[in-house]
Every structure is written in C-alpha cells, then in structure tokens.
Design a protein around this ligand. Structure first.
Ligand code: TRP
Length: 442
C-alpha cells in the first residue's frame, strides 16, 4: 500500500476543488441554462440551490471523504462495513463516464473553435459558423476524438503535476480574459437588454422543470454527487476547515459562472440570438463578440486555450475515477483500463455529437440524445448521489463523528455546527426529494 498523500496547504485544497468545479459548467452550461430557463428568476433559484442543497452536500461528501481517507468504495467499506452502502460506489463509476461522454463533445467544440481562431475564421458575418459546424457529421466527431484523446493521453502519461502547474497560470488568465471580454461586450449596442435579462426576475417563468434544472446546474457546476469532492477531501489534513473550504470553492465557482453570464447574455442580445437557443448558445455568441473586437483573434486564441485547459482539468478527473476503479478493483493495467473506457466513452459521446446532425430526429423521452444524457446525469444521477451522501452523513453516521469532521475536532464552526447539521440532515434531502417528486409529477 502506498502512503496516502495530503494536500500541502489550505490554499492547495481550495485550488484543487475549485479547479474541479470551474470548467465548462461555468462558461458553457451556466449561460445556456439561464437562457433556456427564463433568465434572472432561474439565477435566483440557482443561488438558492447552491446554498441550501449543494453546499450541505459538499460538506457531507467532504466529511465522508476525510473521515475515511479513501475513495468512495473504500469509504463505504470502512464507514459502513458489510452494508448495501457499497453500491453507492457504483454510481460514482458510471456517472462520471456518462458525464465525460458528452463533456468531451463540448470540449471538442472548444478544440474546433481554437482551430478556427488560429485560422482567423471569426471575422465578417459569423452567424452560420456554429450551425454549419454542429450539423455536419465529421468535424464535431473529429473534435470530440481529439479532446478525448488529449484526456486519455494525460491519464496515460500521468503528467498530472504538469497540468496542475499549468492551471495555476491559466485559471487566473481565464479570469482576466473573461473580465476583458465582458467589458468589451458591454459596449456593444443592444447589450444592456442582456444585463436587464440577468437582473430582472420574471417569477412567472418558475416551474418544476426550471427548479430541477437549477438544482442540476448546482450539482454539475460544483462537481457534486459522484464522489469527486469526497475523494479530494480524503486528501485533506485533519486540522483543515471543511466548511470554509467548501464555501470558498462555491463562491469562486459562482463568481466565474456569473462573469460568464455577463459575458454571454449581453452579447446574445447585441447579436440578436435567442437566449433559449440551448447547448449551442455560447458557441454561437462568442464568434460574434470576437468578430467585433479589433484584436479579436488574439483574444479568441487565448480564450479557447484557457477554456480547453479548464475543461481538460475536469475531464481527466472524470476518466481517472473509472480508471482507478478498474485498476484497483478489477486488476486491469492502467493502459488497458484507459483505452477500453475511453473507447466506450467515445461511442456514447459520438452518439451525443451526432444528435445535433444526422441523428437529430432520434429522441429519448422527447429529448435529443445529447440533451437526454445531460439532463439525466445532472438532474437525476448527481442529485441522487447527493441525496444518498446526505442520508449517509445525516442519518447513518454518528453525530459525534460528523461534528468531529465538520468542526475539525472542535477547532472551527462550533457555533454553526447545529445549523450545518440541520441542513445536511433535513433541508437538503427533503429539498432534493421535493424537486424529484414535483418533476416526476409534472
Ligand atoms: N464541475 C465541472 C464543470 O463545471 C464538471 C464536473 C461535474 C465535474 N462533475 C464533475 C468535474 C466531477 C470533475 C468531477 O465543468
């Protein structure tokens, strides 16, 4: 047995967790979810979902992870020996792979756009760029293949350290670039309508489906419900503060999403694109912004490089979960696990990719293949995982153990422990079940 490593500092923990959380979920998924679910009212629901549902689950996952000091399977074996809880571990192998399959498709879009930026394609009339690209057969498939190959390549070479160093440079760069693009976007004529759309809620837009989507987005963006935070927290030292690390992570994740919203929505209105466009929204809007900027292509290249890196740091962690499982539980070699799993992911992802083109007519429960996988993972599987984690911490674990974790042995949060425990034990599970039920009925 290797000795388990620990993150060196509090900052390292927060950076690692924020690195997993911040990705395509903020830059691509958040703006299009806002547009599809009616704007500012969705944002309010999303904020509520983050605070009341997602944060408690973050704490619960982190408490299990640090208490057990191991991955989801090991954690359940250690903390609940001989019980059916070990099956929760299965969820955490399957969901990341499903997630990766369509995540890789969007990662591929970023690859393709980087290529387009390098060949100065974002000039003149940009309106047909995305629809031509997405409805074709081969170009998105090749891009998906490149993105997945990059992901698998990193896993095979194990250059995790290099990637981590790289993200320390690219994440701040992404932040600065987003600010620059946002300030520019706000000068475009017509853009203020987009700002209004983001800040003036229309409460008549709220439905059970919108609430479920807000919850799903909170889970997706914070990497919850599939054991990622659990695993990262298992590398935390005992004297670190779970509650404050979680709060910082959530805060930076929210900040990034809001910035992306303020980049995309104003430009959506300036360009005359429908906000409810769906998964392609960001990729339709960005070319327009870049075509209007004088130094557009330079900014575009930098921007897509950083998006790509942000996406890769998330996608490698998704593939690694499955690979680690195959290696540790099934005795496969690392190489074989990576190649076999990536091949499976490629096939599902290819179907998702084709669902915008040749397979457009194929519907599962009324949704295209891509949208089905996206909604199934975010609105159902991740909340289900989150629900199980809160039940585990709130009802199965001993309260004294939970207190010991969340207060780090009585060092922090003694006053707020009661409230946090209440959120984990009652509010989050009841909230998730309520959203599930209303969504099933309607
Ligand atoms: N949170 C990531 C993003 O916003 C995506 C993601 C969801 C994820 N679940 C995850 C990443 C689990 C790593 C592990 O892009």
């Amino acid at each position: 047995m290797q000795k388990r490593e620990h993150f060196g500092s509090r900052l390292a923990v927060i950076l690692a967790m924020a690195g997993s959380a911040i990705g395509l979920g903020n830059i691509w998924r958040f703006p299009y979810q806002v547009g599809q679910n009616g704007g500012a009212a969705f944002i309010l629901l999303y904020l509520a979902a983050c605070l009341v549902l997602a944060l408690p689950i973050f704490f619960a996952e982190a408490a299990i992870g640090r208490r057990s000091g191991s991955n989801v399977f090991g954690a359940m074996k250690k903390l609940a020996p001989g019980s059916p809880w070990k099956w929760v571990g299965l969820l955490t192998v399957i969901t990341p792979l499903l997630l990766l399959s369509y995540y890789s498709v969007v990662g591929g879009w970023a690859v393709d756009y980087l290529y387009k930026a390098c060949t100065f394609s974002f000039s003149g009339n940009t309106s047909g760029i995305f629809s031509n690209f997405i409805s074709s057969t081969w170009e998105p498939l090749i891009a998906h293949t490149v993105f997945l190959a990059l992901t698998a390549g990193v896993i095979l070479m194990g250059v995790k350290k290099g990637i981590e160093k790289f993200t320390k440079i690219t994440m701040p760069m992404l932040f600065i670039l987003i600010l620059v693009i946002m300030l520019f976007g706000l000068t475009l004529p017509g853009s203020w309508k987009g700002v209004e759309y983001l800040v003036k809620p229309d409460f008549s837009k709220i439905t059970a489906e919108v609430a479920a989507s807000a919850m799903g987005q909170a889970f997706f963006s914070l990497s919850l419900g599939i054991g990622t935070i659990l695993t990262y927290a298992s590398y935390m030292k005992k004297d670190e503060n779970i509650v404050s690390s979680g709060t910082y992570t959530a805060f930076s994740d929210l900040l990034f999403a809001f910035l992306a919203g303020f980049v995309i929505m104003p430009a959506v209105f300036a360009a005359g694109i429908a906000p409810s466009e769906g998964a392609g929204l960001v990729f339709e809007t960005l070319p327009y912004i870049f075509s209007q900027m004088h130094t557009g292509s330079v900014v575009a290249i930098l921007f897509f490089v950083t998006i790509l890196v942000a996406a890769l740091t998330s996608s490698i962690s998704l593939l690694e979960v499955g690979v680690a499982y195959m290696v540790e539980e099934k005795g496969w070699s690392r190489r074989r696990s990576t190649l076999v799993l990536a091949a499976g992911v490629w096939v599902v992802g290819a179907l998702c990719s084709l669902s915008f083109g040749p397979l457009e007519g194929v519907k599962i429960l009324g949704l295209g293949i891509f949208d089905f996988f996206d909604q199934f993972c975010s609105n159902w599987l991740m909340p289900l995982g989150g629900l199980l984690f809160t039940i585990f911490v709130g009802w199965y674990m001993r309260k004294a153990d939970v207190r010991d974790e969340l207060t780090s042995g009585g060092r922090f949060n003694r006053r707020i422990f009661g409230a946090v425990y209440f959120l984990i034990r009652y509010v989050a599970p009841v909230g998730i079940v309520m959203v599930f039920i209303t969504n099933l009925i309607f």
